[in-house]
Design a protein around this ligand. Structure first.
Ligand code: HEC
Length: 243
């Protein structure tokens, strides 16, 4: 009996959690899907550049060593130092930033989180959705709101690139879609690529070893394949006289 009660309890906890996380996510936010692959090196290189230009003023990547980044992305140290190095840093250091938490708190009412592991904890689609679902909202401090992270205190950093969006609500005040209301510097396709590149870069940063694992995996499978052929013919040769 007690056992049964425990099982029912566990079942209820699981169901509760599933429905809780489902209700937390806005339907509209789930429509935004990141599409890049970390095997696309050109995209990772662009993503790193955009990150340093647009995000690194506020967000550190405290687990990412710049020399590892340069190696993995195939960027020469000299080129890296010139274009991507965080201000006042050496290439062997990690990508921490100099903004004081107390300053951040008073400027944004929130501390910009370190983004090293965000792609793993919250998913690539969430980052992509966050960068794509800003819309104009006069009731907030920044003048913008966000579908993926409602009432976010992060300013709409890429507003002039994307252009303005307005939210379309249904009769129950649920968000249905976002509507373009003013043009940005980038076309829609260019903006999607930009945000995919940044997302892709953050996916790589959240697990740099994945790149190596993938390339090692390829050679291991190739070895197993070739070895199978050799083993097959060796077996044939050995058993030839027996049959
Ligand atoms: C001016 C400072 C600033 C800049 C620049 C900035 N952010 Fe933010 N960001 C914030 C703040 C502050 C928060 C916390 C928002 C909140 O909790 O409401 C945040 C939150 C986030 C989150 C949500 C993290 C989480 O755990 O939910 C993501 C993802 C993010 N930023 C990505 C980016 C990316 C990518 C860029 C570059 C394109 C960027 N940010 C540029 C200030 C900034």
């Amino acid at each position: 009996m007690i056992k049964n009660n425990i099982l029912v309890f566990i079942f209820l906890v699981i169901i509760n959690n599933i429905s809780y996380s489902a209700s937390q996510k806005s339907e509209l936010a789930t429509k935004y899907k990141a599409t890049n692959s970390i095997n696309n090196k050109a995209s990772l290189q662009r993503g790193a550049k955009y990150y340093v230009n647009y995000c690194s003023g506020c967000h550190s990547l405290k687990y990412m060593r710049m020399s590892t980044l340069a190696d993995d992305l195939g960027i020469e140290d000299a080129v890296f130092s010139k274009n991507l190095l965080f201000t006042g840093k050496k290439i062997g250091e990690t990508m921490t930033i100099s903004m004081k938490e107390s300053d951040a708190e008073s400027w944004f009412n929130a501390i910009p989180p370190d983004l090293s592991l965000t792609a793993r904890s919250k998913g690539a689609d969430y980052i992509f959705a966050k960068l794509n679902t800003y819309y104009e909202d006069d009731s907030t401090n920044t003048g913008f709101n966000n579908v993926a992270l409602p009432n976010t205190s992060m300013p709409n950093i890429l507003a002039n690139l994307q252009g303005g969006q307005k939210i379309v609500l249904d009769s129950n005040n649920n968000p249905v879609s976002l509507e373009k209301v003013s043009e940005g510097i980038y076309t829609e396709a260019e903006y999607i690529q930009l945000t995919n590149d940044i997302t892709n870069f953050l996916v790589y940063v959240s697990e740099p070893a994945k790149l190596k694992r993938y390339s090692i995996g390829f050679w291991v499978l190739l070895f197993i394949f070739i070895f199978t052929i050799i083993a097959y013919y060796t077996k044939k040769e050995f058993w030839k006289d027996v049959h």
